[in-house]
Write a protein that binds this ligand. Structure first.
Ligand code: AMP
Ligand code: MG
Length: 537
């Protein structure tokens, strides 16, 4: 158990990959290099808002390590420890469908790679640590609201079992950052903050795309080979065949990640290729959101309101589009597109398999019979839209229905419909406004479902346990994140910490914490930050 300054560190990205010969921290196009050396810009008054004890333990930090002001200073970029070689990475990306050229770490600075145990490597990256050569026209900083959201959601996703980057700490800087939150000509100062993010690597699809786009094929090869040797060693020594198998593995991991998002109702909001992790981790928490009422067309990102490219129901297809961009970038490595095209087939396969498994779990079925169950799932999606229905609460309530209620199959009178639907009332945004016709439609699907569950054979208790392990009770509802932000902005870290604590056990009942499982209150329906978010962060 160590202090941050005693962790075993490495800097393999810097050591093994070509760097930028220019060390001046000036905004520019960086050629032929994977990274630029850059130190964090110190801030006025670092203060710890919260930290994740699980991530601290993962790194081998002592439980009280973050009580040390020098450690907090380092997590704010005010101190660089011995053995750290801070840098910003060069990457490009397709944004909203268009090639955007060089982007890069414009405000994220990696300090070092912690190597606490053999075979484990964790990049420590400060987001909001000041300008870099990749900052373009922006300031290199991050505001408290977006930092609270990234900190909490990274950890929430981890506890939900969805692949994600992690967050060690959230510190405020004591400085103000000016943002035009809605891009409507009203810039205002906001408190600044820095999150220390942690992942085996933050390399994205866009890190490969930039070198392919520029024809810098030797840098592309070196980056691919480093990534495979360091993060996919099980694939063997890099070569044309291994590159194709690597893409296959990335496709499978990406599918697993997206299935996880669909399961818990997460909408990333900005699935640009620079926001797609090469490890298949959820990365770059920006204007993301959680589905409240079930609406596959919903996007939390106001910047995306027109095209809705990144809407909930479109995420599986966008991930594939992004994988195709990555495959194109890898063509120079393989020499021909054929093997990479074949590798991409892993995505639809893994997605279809993953989705069936996911719905079987969500519905508490031990097996998925495509012939009948695909239609059952279709009926479910329709049912969720009969009235405004909270997806998260719906599944938890569905798990409580005994299969014996299916005995009412033949009997479709209004009273039996009522008996069937009543346990779900909490999931409806306007329970009193559900009319008899709507109730009959919902009850019709419930009868089909319960009959199928009975035939599947689990006891009610076993079915519920299976469902509750896949259907979270506690998610980072958009308005809850906003309440934590409001308190933190007033200098009160308690709501951030309490939420972090509740989100540690998303599938548990947690008696006494029910207020964190409630559906969105009416005040939050149209409030900025609760239902509408921009990329401004
Ligand atoms: P994002 O939309 O947050 O994924 O960011 C897209 C690109 O803009 C990345 O290259 C970021 O590093 C950069 N960027 C976003 N915000 C800032 C900022 N405040 N300062 C510098 N670069 C930024
Ligand atoms: Mg990004």
């Amino acid at each position: 158990m160590a202090s941050l300054f005693e962790l075993p560190l490495d800097n393999s990205f810097v050591r093994e990959l070509p760097g930028d010969p220019i060390e001046e921290n000036r905004r520019r196009q960086v050629r032929g290099a994977c990274w630029s050396k850059v130190a964090p810009t110190p801030v006025a008054a670092p203060a710890l808002v919260a930290h994740s004890r699980e991530v601290a333990a993962l790194l081998g930090l002592a439980p009280d390590a973050l009580e040390d002001p020098d450690v907090v200073a380092a997590l704010a970029g005010n101190r660089v420890g011995d053995g750290m070689a801070p840098y910003a990475a060069c990457y490009g990306g397709h944004q909203f469908g268009n090639w955007a050229g060089q982007l890069g770490d414009g405000r994220a600075i990696t300090l070092a790679e912690a190597v606490p145990r053999a075979g484990e490597r964790y990049e420590l990256q400060l987001k909001g640590a000041g300008p870099t050569p990749y900052s373009r026209t922006a300031d290199g900083r991050a505001v408290l609201r977006s930092s609270v959201r990234e900190f909490l959601c990274s950890e929430a996703m981890h506890h939900l079992g969805v692949p994600t980057t992690r967050a060690l700490s959230l510190v405020t800087t004591g400085e103000r950052v000016v943002r035009d939150m809605f891009y409507d000509g009203h810039p205002a100062p906001e408190p600044g903050a820095i999150v220390c993010r942690v992942a085996p690597t933050f390399v994205r699809f866009g890190n490969f795309e930039i070198f392919a786009a520029r024809g810098e094929h030797d840098v592309l090869t070196r980056l691919a080979d480093w990534t495979i040797r360091t993060h996919f060693p099980e694939l063997g020594e890099p070569g044309p065949e291994v590159y194709a198998r690597w893409l296959e593995e990335i496709a499978r991991r990406t599918a697993r990640m997206v299935v996880g998002w669909m399961r818990v109702g997460f909408v990333h909001g900005v699935m640009n290729t620079d926001n797609m992790s090469i490890l298949g981790l959820t990365i770059d928490y920006g204007p993301y959101g959680w589905l409240e009422d079930y609406d596959p067309d919903w996007t939390p990102n106001t910047t995306d309101a027109q095209g809705r490219r990144y809407r909930y129901g479109h995420q599986p297809r966008v991930a594939f589009w992004n994988l195709v961009r990555l495959a194109n970038a890898l063509v120079p490595l393989v020499g021909e597109p054929g093997p990479l095209e074949a590798a991409l087939d892993a995505y639809p396969d893994a997605l279809a398999r993953g989705q069936r498994e996911m719905f079987a779990q969500k519905l508490g079925l031990t097996e998925w019979r495509p012939d009948e169950d695909d239609a059952l799932a279709e009926g479910l999606f329709e049912t969720l839209r009969v009235v405004e229905t909270d997806m998260t609460i719906f599944y938890r309530k569905l798990a409580t229905l005994p299969v014996a209620l299916a005995d009412t199959t033949a009997d479709t009178t209004d009273t039996t419909d009522e008996r069937l639907v009543a346990p779900l009332a909490d999931a409806f945004y306007a329970p009193d406004a559900v009319g008899a016709g709507e109730r009959a439609r919902i009850a019709g699907w419930l009868r089909r479902y319960l009959a199928r569950a009975r035939q599947d054979g689990l006891t009610d208790a076993a079915r519920r346990a299976r469902m509750d392990a896949a259907n979270p009770k506690y998610v980072l509802r958009n308005y809850l994140a906003q309440l934590a932000i409001d308190a933190a902005a007033e200098g009160d870290p308690s709501v951030v910490r309490e939420l972090l604590d509740v989100l540690r056990d998303p599938y548990g009942e947690q008696p006494g914490k029910e207020r964190y499982a409630e559906k969105r209150p009416e005040w939050a329906r149209h409030r900025a930050g609760c239902s509408m978010l921009s990329c401004s962060s």
